[in-house]
Design a protein around this ligand. Structure first.
Ligand SMILES: [Zn+2]
Length: 299
């Protein structure tokens, strides 16, 4: 073999190696991110795209507000670049672990003066997972889509700070997400046209009710737990005085519950808070379905 051919081969090899190094460098440029709930994970994925590596260990079917990480999961979270928090007192486990302050992003900081404080200190069960309380600050901030937009913006800003080279891409991805959120915002504003009284199965719709002027009262029920007779009788009093013909649920209630409500002339309608990753679709498609569902109430 001639020297020339060998040189060409060697040159080709060097080029390939360099390419490998460049690919490697790009991968190492990815921002590792933890999100405390699915809405923030979704925002991070849409804004960050290929530039982020999301760590989201919360299993489907569990409410992230009441999830607790294992020791291994805490160690992993501590090592990431960014830790996206919901704020509003969300995820009580955060008080019990020490996380690097410089990596924490409080996504609801820009509107924390607007938080809703819950008066009643009511504790209740979530299925077999034990008791929990909704006392303190209402935390489903993202059900007011203008607040969700502010949280998405905080995610965009933290990613841009972390990886300035991709700032423009983060900004344009955010614009697209922001448009979707704004559409949801406008649609809901147009749908709620009356003072129609509505009941809710769970105290998670405070921001939704405030932003879109829904005349809403909550109980503390679960879609898969048939209430006691005492709870039904208390509910009857509430429904009568409120004059509600509709009840919003986080998930499809059991047929037995639905039938009993029907007997009281109350129809069940699902508005999923989408706190965890849905089985189908994503944050936006779940919210679109919610809006379609709730449109029936005001028709
Ligand atoms: Zn609850």
């Amino acid at each position: 073999m001639s020297i020339k051919k060998n040189l060409i081969k060697l040159f080709g090899f060097i080029l390939l190696s360099m390419q490998g190094l460049i690919v490697q460098a790009e991968i190492e440029d990815r921002i590792s991110v933890f999100a405390v709930n699915y809405p923030l994970a979704y925002f991070a994925e849409r804004i960050g795209g290929e530039h982020i590596e999301l760590y989201y260990p919360i299993p489907q079917g569990i409410d992230p507000a009441f999830w607790k990480p294992s020791v291994d999961e805490i160690i992993k979270i501590q090592q990431l670049d960014l830790i996206l928090l919901n704020g509003a007192d969300y995820a009580k486990w955060l008080d019990k672990v020490s996380l690097p302050y410089s990596k924490l992003v409080d996504t609801s900081k820009s509107f924390n003066q607007d938080f809703i404080h819950i008066q009643k200190n009511a504790t209740h069960q979530h299925g077999p997972k034990g008791e929990h309380s909704h006392a303190g600050i209402a935390f489903t901030t993202w059900l007011d889509f203008s607040q969700a937009d502010a949280q998405a913006k905080a995610v965009m800003q933290s990613l841009s700070k972390q990886l300035p080279a991709a700032k423009q891409q983060f900004e344009s991805n955010f614009q697209s997400l922001s448009r979707d959120l704004n559409n949801l915002n406008q649609e809901l504003k147009q749908i709620v046209t009356s003072n129609q009284a509505v009941l809710a199965s769970h105290p998670v719709y405070q921001y939704l009710a405030r932003r879109y002027h829904i005349n809403l009262l909550s109980v503390m029920w679960e879609p898969d737990a048939f209430p006691s007779e005492a709870e039904w009788s208390e509910f009857k009093g509430l429904a009568d005085s409120h004059g509600a013909g509709w009840m919003i649920w986080e998930d499809e209630p059991d047929q037995q519950i639905r039938d009993r409500l029907k007997g009281m002339n109350i129809q069940a309608v699902v508005f999923s808070p989408c706190m965890n990753r849905p089985e189908e679709g994503d944050f936006i498609s779940v919210m679109q379905q919610n809006i379609e569902n709730i449109a029936a109430v005001f028709r």
